[in-house]
Each structure stands twice: as C-alpha cells, then as structure tokens.
Design a protein around this ligand. Structure first.
Ligand code: UT7
Length: 359
C-alpha cells in the first residue's frame, strides 16, 4: 500500500512540528478514516420537461445555465421527510461498514431544513434507528454544512473521546421553493437528498485532516435567504408575503460570489497544506451550478476525473450534495486509502469552507 502512495510533503508528516502561525494547519492527532458511505433520495423526480409544464422555462435554458436535467423531490404526502432521508442514508452507510447503530458514539446532521426547531434531525434519526444515549446534534451552514461538519467532527475525533461518528448531510430544500414562473429562478436549481459517511478513529496517524478553512459573510445573506416573517428580512428589503418561507436568491450576485470565492478557497487550502493543485486526487464540491464548477476546474487545469460532477441528476441538494458525490466515487471504486481529497462547500449564510483529507 505504502508503495502506491504519492510522495508526501512535510505537512503530511505526523511528527512534523506544529506551525501555529498558519490557521488551518494541524498537528496530527490520532488518525481518522472515512470508512463507509450511503445515500438516500426521494422516489419522486422532477425533470426539466416536467418543469416546462408548470412554469415558463425550457430544458435548453436550464441545461445551458445550470447543467441540471433532473432532481428528486420529497413528497410529504407519502411520508417523505428530512429525517427519513437522513436515516435511510445512514442505514446504507452502516450496512456498507458492516456496523449496527449501537456501534456509533455520535450522530451529526448538517441541515438547514429540520422538520421543526426541536427535536433536531439528528435526534429524530436516533429515534428512527432505535439508539439511545449517544450524542446527536444538527449543524446549519446551508450548502457548506457538510464541509463545516466534517471539520467539526474531525476536531471531536481528535480529542480521542469518540471511535465512530456518523455524519449526515440532509436537506429537503424544495419545501422552500415556489414551483411557478415567479419562483423559477430557484425552482429549477434545487433537489432533495441525504448522504452519510462514517468516520472511525484509527491508530494509524496518517489518515485524517490535512487542512481546513471556515469562512462566513453575514451581510452577504442579502443575496440568499429564507425569510420567516417581516422581521427576518435583510436590511432595506421590502416585505412581500409571497416571499415568506421561500428561498430568495439574487442568482447573478450569488454566481459572482461563488465564481470568485471558490478558486480562492482552493488556493488558500492548498497553501495551508503546502500542496499543489495536482497533488489532490479529487475535489469534491458542492454542486451548485456546472458553470461555477467548470470555471474552478479550468482555473487549476484539473482533469474531469478530478472534479466529479453529478448535478445533472440531482440538482443542488444543499448539505447533501458533497456526500452524494463522495458516495458515487466510492461506489465506483475510485476512492482508495492514501488519496488526498478536498471537500468544498459554499452557499447561504453566506458561508464557504474546505476540508482537505488524506484518506
Ligand atoms: O447553492 C446555493 C448557491 N446558489 C448558487 O450557486 C446559484 C448561483 N446562481 C446561478 O446559478 C445562476 O445565477 C442562475 C442559474 C440562478 C441563473 O442564471 P443566470 O445566468 O444568472 O440568469 P439570470 O438570473 O441573470 O437571468 C437571465 C434571464 C432573465 O431574463 P431577462 O431579464 O434576461 O429577460 C431571467 O428572467 O433568464 C430568465 N430566467 C429564466 N428563464 C427561463 C431566470 N430563471 C429562468 C428559468 N427559465 N428558470
């Protein structure tokens, strides 16, 4: 195994000195492996041609501007829920790991669409799985949620107090979408899904986090928000009852934010790890728009295989999009121990984050 691994820079030496002057670079605590994954998507689908029938849009416009052809939509009438999807994804990951729910010490769910303020989606998952007494909490960083949570979970693992942690990205964002010409700017983008991974502590110090970055820009939320009433509007925005509980997105402004931020985030992360773009095997990115992803890929001269894209089949699934891509790579046999993988997210908050791993 060691022979097939790429040469390591000093930043990967577990015994290397800690450079505290550079945030994002870590001393190497006990290793952490991502040992399993699983996903769940609602049965109901919505293709571009389905959307053409309910709003003024076209397959051509959607494919050209976003790269999306299909999305899965939860159906509350049929009992679909965010915690249901999260539980199904986790069950699949547990099966992949050959584990049972009682093997877990903690469940973390990245989501911005819990069924209710409390209980958390994570607690609902424990109920559905029939496990008691383990830790369970939600984390909300919208489309960056899974990546924020990966870094958080690694930090918890590093304390040595946990052996197996389940991390799930799950959202049913379509509950905040208006399927009409009025809402078409965001209706064509979003889909629902959940993706889970299981992280396990290991005595091998090599696998784990090489560098991480968390960012936010609160005032930037004026370009992407979900108001719940008159008091939750960004400053200067006029109240419109039609906007309540619906995603309000200034698409071109968010597009500019993403196209500008995304390459900077990659550069910053590589710098913290002392690596070049080509040293990373896979960039597993939040799937927001194929044009945003392609712009970053081209900027770093990366090959298609290093920058996997599945937005065509799922749309933008918020916190689920990153684990969906990871799972598909694993299922395809493309994820191997020793590889370096950079997870990247950006979205509402505004938030953006990276998590660079050695698997
Ligand atoms: O994960 C969360 C982060 N979100 C994102 O990353 C989204 C980032 N933004 C985007 O992906 C793009 O801005 C969109 C896909 C949302 C929109 O694409 P765009 O190229 O920025 O289009 P636009 O909003 O500038 O609209 C161009 C035209 C407008 O018509 P006029 O004014 O030129 O006549 C829109 O009314 O396209 C029209 N339009 C549509 N036409 C058909 C907007 N939405 C649609 C639609 N179908 N669904």
């Amino acid at each position: 195994m060691a022979d097939s691994q790429p040469p390591r820079s000093p930043a990967h030496d577990p015994n290397a000195a800690i450079n505290t002057a550079r945030p994002g670079v870590h001393a190497r605590p006990p290793g952490v492996r991502i040992i399993a994954s699983g996903i769940a998507v609602p049965e109901k689908t919505l293709t571009n041609s389905d959307l053409e029938k309910i709003m003024d849009t076209s397959d051509e416009w959607i494919v050209q501007r976003t790269g999306i052809r299909n999305r899965h939509i939860h159906d509350p009438q049929k009992g679909d829920s965010v915690s249901g999807l999260a539980t199904e994804a986790l069950r699949n990951a547990l099966q992949d790991a050959g584990m049972v729910p009682d093997d877990l010490d903690l469940i973390v769910v990245a989501t911005m669409t819990p069924e209710s303020p409390t209980p958390s989606v994570a607690c609902r998952v424990t109920t559905k799985l029939g496990v008691r007494n383990i830790g369970a909490f939600d984390l909300n960083a919208a489309c960056s949620g899974f990546v924020y949570a990966l870094n958080t979970v690694f930090g918890l693992m590093a304390t040595g107090a946990y052996r197996n942690i389940a991390l799930i990205g799950a959202d049913t964002i379509t509950q905040h979408v208006e399927y009409s010409t009025y809402g078409r700017g965001s209706a064509v983008l979003f889909g629902d899904a959940a993706g889970a991974v299981i992280l396990q502590r290991t005595d091998d110090p090599m696998p784990g986090l090489l560098a991480h970055i968390l960012h936010s820009d609160g005032p930037g939320s004026k370009d992407l928000y979900v108001p719940t009433d008159e008091r939750t509007l960004p400053e200067g925005v006029e109240y419109n009852p039609r906007h309540v509980n619906r995603v309000q997105m200034h698409g071109p402004a968010v597009f500019r934010f993403a196209v500008g931020t995304f390459p900077k985030l990659i550069e910053e992360t590589l710098e913290h790890a002392g690596l070049q773009a080509a040293d990373v095997d896979y960039y597993i990115c939040h799937q927001s728009n194929v044009r945003i992803l392609k712009a970053a890929q081209e900027r770093f001269g990366l090959e298609d295989r290093q920058f996997p894209i599945n937005i065509d089949r799922y749309g933008n699934t918020v916190a689920a999009s990153v684990p969906l891509v990871f799972h598909e790579l694993r299922q395809g046999g493309k994820i191997q121990p020793g590889q370096r993988v950079m997870f990247l997210g950006f979205g509402a908050g505004l938030t953006w984050a990276s998590s660079l791993w050695q698997l």
